[in-house]
Design a protein around this ligand. Structure first.
Ligand SMILES: [Zn+2]
Length: 487
């Protein structure tokens, strides 16, 4: 038996101008046996596929693995190219284990994950076994569960269970191929969109809903998996929002009951899922942060999808509130200028706020370059542990009491690599300015004395009614229908 391993993942922020092209996907692309070597032992979905195949003595063929994190919608060319490459790689295989994020979209195709799976199904035929491990932030439509035999998503956000999700997908698919189970699926959509910052699975009532999902599985032995997807509200698609997928062994009615019950729980809790009280304006949030006693305060500019919003950083510089650090601030142009100037240089720099008209515009100020050069390392944090990343030309700069690490890759700081890579320690700072949504919580919740969420005008606001949706059904909460409190 020989299984294909593939990944094509993007969390598409469709409101951003431009598209994520083949050039961006190719930066970390793996092919052939490098897909296996690059993911073996890593906490990634393909890493989990590999664990199970190796434990079961199943041989593997790496096809292609490309991923670009959260960024602008994929280009049409990228969707066509990687769909074709995956399909072309199926020859001679007995089945496929694939990781798709679930929020892949192009300007013209708002159901792009389904497009990839449908292309696989069309080429390989109705009997070809396909398991798809997805991100908890996937926006699932019926076409996804129709085209795959097994669909399962990360159960946790922060996604500390990426490899476990890959292992689950592979275990169920192999059991099906050996005739031990017959997976059938049901999808239920409660019609709810959530800002990413409120999708941390430790937050109630989401934590309660996750517990109910686990209780369904504990009670019903024929349930092979129940995944509660939170969706990705910054991708404007007909499927945007929460989804529940239940996978049962042969019992479609059971899968339907479990999925519908959990979707109903989401619907009943929709106002509590949307934690408006946790979000502050910049001024209000900085005042709240200043009043916090003790160690570092995490300022979370969660509306920023490109790691370059200048709104809060500009205000931190103007207010001179204390030692602050803004890690992994994305500006290839400014990073290159600092690398050219070299460590020790002082220069006038215009950095950040360039990704769209909502990103705040560049900050112009005198800076000192403390360190400059290429940055490439293996992740030591709890997510994607062991994966190599390249931030390209990078620089640590100082402006007043604020330190900024400028990088050339759009990559969110979620663990302590953003400190250690520049010889820094979180204890050196009063404020740490992050742009992660939930993943930072695994490391920063225990570390920081408070997390203050600031809602800035960028393309990922907590108030979803500010976004110009065109494809999301208008009745989706909180846009319309039963969105008024008390209904
Ligand atoms: Zn996610």
């Amino acid at each position: 038996m020989r299984l294909g391993i593939a990944e094509f993942s993007l969390e598409s922020v469709t409101f951003l101008p431009e598209t994520t092209g083949v050039d961006v996907f190719e930066e970390g692309a793996l092919r052939g046996q490098d897909v296996i070597a690059g993911n073996r032992g890593a906490n990634t979905a393909p890493g989990g596929f590999i664990d199970i195949c190796e434990a079961e003595g199943v041989s593997m063929q790496g096809i292609v693995a490309v991923g670009a994190g959260a960024a602008a919608a994929a280009s049409e060319e990228a969707l066509a190219r990687y769909s074709e490459e995956i399909v072309a790689g199926l020859d001679g295989l007995d089945g496929l284990l694939i990781h798709l994020h679930g929020a892949l979209a192009t300007p013209a195709n708002r159901k792009a994950d389904a497009h990839v799976l449908a292309a696989i199904r069309a080429a390989a035929g109705p009997d070809f076994p396909v398991a798809c491990a997805m991100d908890l932030h996937g926006n699932l439509g019926p076409e996804v569960v129709e085209a795959a035999n097994v669909v399962t998503g990360y159960h946790s956000s922060p996604h500390v269970d990426m490899a476990e999700t890959g292992r689950r997908a592979a275990r169920i698919l192999l059991a099906a191929m050996q005739g031990r189970v017959r997976p059938v699926m049901a999808l239920a959509k409660p019609g709810i969109m959530l800002p990413s910052i409120f999708t941390a699975t430790a937050l109630r009532p989401l934590a309660d809903i996750k517990r109910q999902a686990a209780a369904w599985q504990a009670r019903e032995k024929a349930l092979l998996d129940v995944s509660v997807f939170c969706g990705f509200a910054y991708a404007d698609t007909p499927d945007t929002g929460m989804s529940v997928v239940a996978v049962a062994d042969g019992d479609e009615a059971l899968a339907r009951r479990a999925a519908d019950d959990l979707a109903e729980q989401c619907s009943l809790n929709r106002f509590r899922l949307l934690k408006r009280e946790l979000v502050h304006s910049i001024g209000e949030g900085l005042e709240k942060a200043a009043a916090v006693e003790g160690g570092p305060v995490c300022l979370l500019e969660s509306a920023d999808r490109m790691n370059d919003s200048s709104w809060t950083l500009r205000e931190l510089l103007a207010r001179d509130m204390g030692p602050a650090y803004a890690p992994f601030f994305f500006d290839p142009e400014a990073a290159a200028a600092c690398v050219a100037a070299g460590a020790g240089a002082r220069l006038r720099l215009a950095f950040g706020g360039k990704s769209s008209e909502k990103a705040g515009g560049p900050i112009e100020t005198e800076v000192e370059v403390l360190e400059a050069g290429e940055k490439r390392f293996r992740i030591t944090g709890p997510l994607k542990t062991g994966t190599e990343i390249s931030l390209g030309p990078s620089a640590l700069i100082r402006a007043g009491r604020v330190l900024v690490s400028l990088v050339s890759a759009n990559y969110s700081a979620i663990d302590l690599d953003c400190f250690s890579q520049f010889g820094l320690s979180p204890q050196d700072f009063r404020y740490i300015l992050l742009r992660s949504k939930t993943h930072f919580r695994e490391v920063y919740e225990p570390l920081c004395s408070a997390i203050v969420i600031l809602d800035t005008p960028d393309w990922g606001p907590a108030d979803l009614t500010l976004l110009p949706y065109e494809h999301v059904p208008p009745e989706t909460f909180p846009l319309g229908g039963a969105s008024a409190e008390g209904t």
